[in-house]
Design a protein around this ligand. Structure first.
Ligand code: NCD
Ligand code: ZN
Length: 345
């Protein structure tokens, strides 16, 4: 029986680090285990320009505790006013690795997102020319579409037409939650990858709603039926290089989660690797964990995998804090609902 696992150091290809006191409190939770992360730009106001991305990157590096090594990979929030030249310069200078597309109103802090996709055509064309990835929040915002169908409808109404119109564009379908998402990625000839979160491998919609509303399991895209969770587990552990880890760890203080209108987001940075090892072991595919956490993402982004390693060891129950105390308030750590046994050394 395998009880020790050494992996190239993982990266997180979709992470929310926030800003200010929240950033100070939660950054160590990712930097402890991850070498790099694609950092989401949905601050208030959003990170739209190369200059804003560079300034945010500096704030992240300044918040990093002594002795921790962590490289933030920045993203630009796509708006209808985004300047293609600013985007291409940011990519060339290394100030931004990707552009993030939020349909307006789809999720937390997405009010400045895109409504009219024609208006962002020049940016997308420029990105296709230089090979800069577009990270997509794949949900329609049409109020007549049921929230559980919004990802599948997005693929047909938005993503497929967008990829047809810009064939060279490299796209990451972020945090996929459905068998339709998995199937769409598998059907693409090239230039399409997908991130899968930790929590979507653990919870289905029953976890959110049965026996009372569990606000800490509410995120967007919302967890779907069990059949979809099974499809995600199969994809993540399949060894297919098009699927890689993006935790979408998205901290909100408890006061904003445990509220009449609670914010979307699960905070998983603290215990993600222990949870993933558990899932891959359950699937009998521990040998494929390194691909998912440490190899497929760099390959998609055209970056070398990390040279350093981490070791996971199986033992007694893993102790992790129920909450991370930040200067902004406490943030509840995702509860897998069962004891974890894989320790990160
Ligand atoms: C994210 C957040 O809180 O910023 N929330 C979430 O539920 N995932 C936004 C996002 O990635 O959709
Ligand atoms: Zn996110």
């Amino acid at each position: 029986m395998t009880d020790t696992l050494t992996l190239r150091r993982p990266d997180d290809w979709h992470l929310h680090l926030r800003d200010g006191a929240m950033l100070d409190g939660i950054l160590p939770e990712s930097a402890r285990h991850f070498a790099r992360a694609i950092v989401m730009p949905n601050l208030v106001p959003p990170v739209v320009t190369a200059r804003q991305a560079a300034a945010y990157r500096e704030r992240i590096l300044k918040a990093l505790p002594e002795g921790m090594v962590f490289t933030p990979l920045m993203t630009l929030y796509l708006t209808e006013e985004t300047d293609p030249e600013d985007v291409t310069a940011a990519f060339a200078n290394g100030f931004a690795q990707a552009v993030k597309l939020y349909p307006a109103g789809a999720t937390t802090n997405s009010a400045s997102g895109v409504q009219d996709f024609q208006k962002v055509r020049p940016v997308l064309d420029a990105m296709a020319d230089i090979g800069m990835p577009l990270c997509v929040h794949g949900e329609v915002t049409d109020p007549t579409v049921d929230i559980f169908d919004r990802e599948a409808v997005f693929i047909d109404r938005v993503l497929e037409p967008l990829r047809r119109a810009t064939p060279g564009l490299r796209v990451v379908m972020e945090h996929i939650t459905t068998q339709e998402g998995v199937g769409y990625v598998r059907s693409a000839a090239k230039g399409l990858g997908a991130t899968i979160t930790t929590h979507h491998l653990i919870i289905n919609r029953n976890h959110i709603l049965v026996g009372g509303i569990r606000p800490h399991y509410y995120c967007l895209p919302v967890a779907k039926r069990e059949i979809h969770r099974q499809a995600l587990r199969e994809a993540a552990t399949s060894g297919d290089v098009r699927f890689f880890l993006g935790t979408d760890s998205a901290p909100h203080i408890d006061a904003l989660k445990e509220a009449a209108c609670g914010c979307a987001g699960c905070f998983t940075a603290t215990n993600t690797l222990s949870i993933l090892a558990h899932v891959f072991e359950e699937m009998g595919r521990l040998d494929r964990l390194e691909g998912f956490t440490s190899l497929h993402g760099p390959a998609f982004y055209g970056l070398p995998p990390n040279e350093t390693t981490i070791t996971l060891r199986k033992g007694g129950p893993v102790a992790y804090p129920a909450k991370i105390e930040t200067g902004a308030g406490p943030v509840t750590v995702f509860d897998a609902g069962f004891p974890l046994h894989w320790h990160v050394e």
